[in-house]
Design a protein around this ligand. Structure first.
Ligand SMILES: *Cc1c(COP(=O)(O)O)cnc(C)c1O
Length: 405
């Protein structure tokens, strides 16, 4: 069994460990078998020693007894506790996908008649939830250009229930000033939900900056090896004890225990992977910037990034994605993608394998042309998620493909 402190708490679970330690150790309390790796409890339900015990478990659902894996599961709980420690949040719940996390977080905050303000440059499905789904339930929504301070002031001059934003944004890597927007949102009566996927828990800490809720697609850097889908919601305990807890319990977007185990293994190496990927992404961005055939290169740590100063104050590193615009529009972008030999064409990101996509015809094809134009996604824009390959091999691949584009 684990070594425990004088309060009976597993010594490895005491507060105060640093992120790399939390990523490896967080949440795992060994069972009587003294296993090294976290066990997978691939079970839908749990049994009771007596009818009285079953009745008691249902009477006080918060008593910590596992009842049914839609409500909670031991392996999922280890994942939730590990991510909770890393994020520095009061509570965490895993979900089946990142979109399930976004949807549950927003839906549990609003009622018919409420208003939601969101940054315009949102992940495609998040945009659809705000623009198409919320209005069906009597919730109005409006979009603000994330970098437009006056726009935020105008939108949040009237009451709102929730603000949903993403920074850096997908795919144009716009940086939103978190303390500025959070302060305005709170004055308008809104809770702030930050989609922190591009920054990961390691590079940007929205809760420390005042955000109420943080959501992740665990499919991205947390798994980081292309194996499974997952999501997570982090925030204050009151939210989970009330609306959000009930929403998750009764609508059922639960994380699979097997996926939770994969994601636990992903968290163990995430700090090392993200660190190496950021370093390579910065190198690739420096290579691309100013190169013939490349109109512009976006990476938060480049001095040419429109919000380079804000990026450096808000984030501890630049992230793993580089977005760039090729001369020659869609034809040149397609020729370039097709000429790559190592980097795969795929719409995922945060993976150990470098992946590239053409947002205008894939991830963002559902937007109207004028909406794409508003966020700067021209036909020449490509988004590169830098993986763990040798940086020079990636640069060689890009160089060769640029020559043939
Ligand atoms: C991928 C992604 C999502 C959705 O996550 P899924 O796991 O695919 O459901 C939401 N927001 C951002 C920023 C993403 O990159």
């Amino acid at each position: 069994m684990d070594k425990t402190n004088d309060k009976g708490i597993s010594a490895a679970q005491e507060p105060g460990y640093r992120p790399r330690t939390q990523a490896v150790r967080g949440g795992h309390k060994r069972t009587g078998f003294n296993e090294t790796s976290e066990p997978i409890f691939l079970t839908s339900g749990f049994v009771y020693g007596s009818a009285e015990e079953a009745a008691a478990a249902f009477a006080t659902p918060t008593a910590g007894r596992f009842v049914y894996s839609r409500f909670a599961n031991p392996t999922v709980a280890v994942f939730e506790e590990r991510l909770r420690q890393l994020e520095g949040a009061e509570a965490c719940r895993g979900t089946a996908t990142g979109m399930a996390a976004v949807y549950a977080a927003i839906m549990s905050l609003v009622r018919a008649g409420d208003h939601v303000v969101a940054s315009r440059a949102l992940f495609g499905s998040c945009h659809v939830i705000c623009s198409e789904f919320l209005p069906r339930y009597g919730v109005t929504s409006e979009f603000v250009d994330g970098t437009d301070r006056e726009g935020w002031k105008r939108a949040l001059a009237k009451p709102a229930k929730a603000v949903l934003l993403e920074t850096p944004s997908n795919p144009m890597l716009e940086i939103i000033d978190l303390p500025f927007v959070i302060d305005l949102a709170h004055k308008a009566g809104a809770k702030v939900v930050v989609d922190n996927v591009f920054a990961t828990p390691l590079l940007q800490r929205p809760i420390d900056l005042g955000a109420d809720v943080v959501v992740y697609s665990a499919t991205k850097h947390i798994d980081g090896q292309g194996r499974c889908l997952g999501g997570a919601i982090l925030g204050p305990k009151w939210l989970f004890d009330n609306d959000l807890g009930q929403f998750l319990r009764h609508t059922g977007p639960a994380m699979s225990p097997f996926n939770a185990w994969n994601l636990l293994k992903g968290l163990e190496t995430m700090p090392l992977r993200v660190d190496a990927m950021c370093k390579a992404a910065h190198g690739v961005a420096r290579f691309l910037e100013g190169r013939k055939g490349v109109k512009r290169t976006l990476y938060p740590l480049l001095d040419s990034h429109p919000q380079a100063v804000l990026a450096r104050t808000q984030m501890s590193n630049g992230g793993t994605v580089v977005t760039f615009e090729l001369d020659g529009g869609k034809e040149a972008a397609f020729r370039f993608l097709n000429a790559l030999r190592l980097i795969d064409i795929s719409n995922n990101l945060g993976d150990a394998k470098s992946l590239i996509c053409h947002p205008a015809t894939t991830t963002h094809q559902r937007l109207k042309p004028e909406e794409r134009a508003q966020v700067g996604i021209t036909d020449g824009v490509v988004r590169l998620s830098v993986g763990l390959e040798d940086e020079q091999d990636l640069i060689d691949d890009l160089k060769r493909a640029l020559a043939s584009a």
